[in-house]
Design a protein around this ligand. Structure first.
Ligand code: ADP
Ligand code: MG
Length: 258
């Protein structure tokens, strides 16, 4: 399950937001998309998973254009967890997770109900929400909501999962917990990630985005160097090795004089 993005351009009100992005995510890879606020991460991801239609360029899964797939076909190939989840009406956690099964379930009977139920319960268990099945989604804490949405993405059983800052607004424990859940599935993952140390810990490769353009691609060791972080975020850093993970640990050096 290889994701290929070829020269996607997307503009809003004739302003270029995604400026000719090409990238590849190989089967089984965990690739992070990192860049400052407003650099176009969400817009790029939306152009890949068809919330936006690119001005030019396209995204492909194993050589097939995502734009040409039916919604059921694309749901079987990729699951998506968006940044904003405006849930308009409340439902039980079980039903919210079960929504992720839509591409697998037949419209009129013929479903193996016991198996379907087990898939949903297993995912709820996987994200640590056993016992929450009948809780109202809107009554959950931010972290519980995020984990419910991760479970919904998992039951889709697609090999490729695309996420937009899945750990946003979560406390440090949940940030790592959600990333651990994603990592241990062994899926192909493409995710924008806000926190550089989280990206460093989990990603095989990282794509640096600035003003809608890819400015670098490499392993955490290759891209997380002070000069590149300064170029992207305008802050000095000291990079050490996190002894627990063996990955770069980014320590920020704020300019307290200004
Ligand atoms: P990121 O996810 O990297 O923070 P976004 O992709 O959300 O960035 O936004 C990139 C740029 O596009 C920002 O300058 C943002 O203000 C602009 N933008 C995004 N969506 C819209 C929209 N619907 N209308 C106008 N500008 C938008
Ligand atoms: Mg965003």
């Amino acid at each position: 399950m290889k994701l290929e993005v070829k020269d996607i351009v997307y503009s809003i009100d004739s302003k270029l937001i995604v400026d000719g992005v090409s990238l590849e995510v190989e089967k089984g890879e965990f690739v992070g998309l990192v860049g400052p606020n407003g650099c176009g991460k969400s817009t790029l991801l939306k152009s890949i998973y068809r919330v936006y239609k690119p001005d030019s360029g396209a995204a492909y899964i194993d050589g097939r254009s995502i734009a040409d797939m039916s919604s059921r076909e694309s749901a079987l190939e990729m699951s998506v967890m968006q940044q904003e989840n405006n849930v308009e009406f409340d439902m039980m956690v079980y039903d919210m997770v079960n929504l992720g099964r839509f591409a697998h379930q037949k419209m009129f009977g013929g479903n193996d109900k016991i198996r379907e139920r087990q898939i949903v319960l297993d995912a709820i268990n996987e994200v640590g929400l056993k016992g929450y099945e009948e809780r109202s989604f809107l009554s959950l804490s931010g972290g519980e909501k995020q984990r419910t949405l991760v479970a919904r993405a998992l039951v889709q059983q697609a090999e490729l999962i695309i996420l937009d800052e899945p750990t946003n607004h979560l406390d440090i424990g949940y940030q790592y917990q959600i990333m651990n859940i994603l990592k241990r599935q062994g899926l192909t993952v493409f995710s924008s990630i806000h926190d550089l140390n989280v990206a460093s810990c989990y990603c095989d490769r990282i794509i640096l985005l600035k003003k809608g353009k890819v400015v670098d691609v490499g392993t955490p060791e290759e891209v997380f160097v002070p000069q590149k972080i300064r170029y992207l975020f305008g802050i000095d850093t000291k990079i050490t090795v996190n002894e627990a993970t063996g990955k770069p640990n980014i320590v920020f050096i704020p300019d307290l004089e200004t």
